[in-house]
Design a protein around this ligand. Structure first.
Ligand code: GUN
Ligand code: ZN
Length: 450
């Protein structure tokens, strides 16, 4: 094919092992493959390595340009963090000694109030974007704070460092123990409109706004109604929290006595759509999961947070049996780790704890958890037409993983095949093993300034 015609040029070609998920197979390992990325950052081809010469002619690249992966390297899809509070990153790894409602009033709201100060915001937001990218999070669904300008800054930083992001200006108008950390309903509506308008006006290719009521106890019914209207009128995504902790559940019952369940609160305010992702859901009933299935709403499973602040344990198997979309989230800083590898490990731990309680429970496999961190996350964020696995035409969001690095965290032994190597990376690996990160074809790690 002649490169002077209208087809896209090939920007990268990789040769070696690809590991990803498909709807039918939790882990598919493709060995001796070549994968090409066009100059728009999309996957142009995935072929067997047999006839590289004819491929190179067809796609107009030099065979010497192929980035050859070593024996202990593979490409995998970038990980999707479906729930992370960028604004809580400064105290990640601390303050895990209180249950949710006290934790919010004691630690979280006082810190989030500081984001009025854009210098403070710039420092923390730069660090969280860099830390998560380095750990392989190519897509993050972020909660910011109630401050519009700081939330816009988070979007700007994600774009600058090249992370795909959904960014939410937090909406809350009641029940905050920090008086200055809430808005009036009208202010909240106006600022949400401004946030959405200004972020969309930037035309960042991979950073978009998400309507973000904090959770039912922080929002009046009239605010929830307004946010439902904004989301539906503009076909925007929605994120919030649901059924995380028992005390919270009781509070919602008293605050919304006309609603049949926590799910019914969001349903009645038109906030459950096929573009909605709700974090936690530990105590959702089968009836509520049925509503999630019918509306196409997704759940973000945040196991580190669920255990760290003693909230509960989500039965992921039951959610999947109800055919509800599900991704994984770090829920920094309720969760103490910003790494999606940790989210996978904690997902397995929780699943095993449920099996200890009930031997009939079918424990999740590491393969299933790998799918939840990649393709599952893309589905939960309604981005699966664009990312999540290696399919021609999707954006190239990928990690180059090297399990065999000097003084690294993984030891290998003779005879270990690619599936074992993947399992060792998922259980033992860390950011040292993630040598390169790509988002929409752009190499974003190593950082260009280091
Ligand atoms: N529910 C409402 N706000 C929050 C938050 O910031 N973190 C967690 N884990 N749950 C919440
Ligand atoms: Zn959260």
């Amino acid at each position: 094919m002649n490169r002077n015609d209208a087809t896209a040029r090939v920007a990268h070609v990789f040769g070696g092992t690809l590991v990803h998920s498909t709807p039918r197979s939790a882990v598919e390992i493709l060995q001796n493959c070549v994968l090409g990325v066009d100059d728009k950052g999309k996957i142009a081809f995935i072929e067997k390595d047999q006839d590289v010469v004819s491929l190179s002619k067809k796609w107009d690249f030099e065979t010497s340009d192929i980035k050859r992966l070593g024996q202990y390297e593979f490409l995998m899809p970038g990980m999707v963090d479906t729930h992370i509070h960028a604004s809580q990153y400064s105290y990640t790894g601390t303050a895990l000694d209180l249950p949710l409602l006290e934790w919010l009033n004691t630690y979280t709201f006082p810190v989030e109030a500081k984001y009025k100060d854009l210098d403070f915001a710039n420092n923390v937001y730069t660090k969280v974007v860099r830390r998560t990218l380095k750990n392989g999070t190519t897509t993050a669904c972020y909660f910011a704070t109630i401050h519009t300008d700081a939330s816009l800054l988070l979007g700007e930083l994600a774009d600058r460092f090249g992370q795909r992001a959904l960014v939410g200006k937090v909406c809350m108008d009641c029940n905050s123990a920090v008086p200055q950390y809430k808005e009036s309903p009208s202010e909240c509506k106006e600022e949400t409109d401004r946030f959405i308008k200004e972020l969309l006006k930037k035309e960042y290719p991979n950073v978009k706004p998400v309507v973000t009521p904090r959770f039912a106890p922080s929002c009046s019914s009239s605010l929830l109604t307004e946010l439902g209207k904004i989301a539906n009128n503009n076909k925007l995504r929605v994120q919030s929290h649901i059924s995380e902790n028992k005390e919270e559940l009781e509070l919602v019952k008293t605050l919304f006595p006309g609603c049949k369940s926590y799910t019914d609160v969001y349903l009645k305010h038109n906030l459950l759509t096929d573009r909605t992702v709700m974090a936690h859901g530990c105590y959702l009933t089968d009836e509520e999961l049925e509503i999630f299935h019918e509306t196409g709403s997704a759940i973000s499973h945040c196991p580190n947070s669920n255990i760290s602040i003693c909230s509960g344990m989500l039965n992921v198997r039951n959610v999947l049996n109800h055919k509800v979309k599900l991704g994984l989230g770090t829920d920094v800083a309720g969760g103490y780790s910003p790494s999606m590898l940790d989210a996978m490990r904690r997902t397995l731990d929780t699943s095993k704890a449920l099996t200890i309680q009930d031997p009939q429970h079918k424990t999740l496999s590491f393969e299933e958890v790998f799918r939840l961190a990649t393709l599952g996350g893309s589905e939960a964020l309604s981005l699966d037409d664009q990312i999540g696995n290696f399919v021609v035409g999707k954006d190239f969001d990928a990690l180059r993983v090297n399990v065999c690095i000097p003084d690294g965290p993984i030891d290998l032994f003779p005879g270990e095949g690619p599936k074992v190597i993947l399992e060792k990376f998922l259980n033992l690996g860390d950011d040292r093993n993630i040598s390169e990160v790509y988002v929409a074809g752009r190499q974003v790690v190593p950082f260009s300034d280091t």
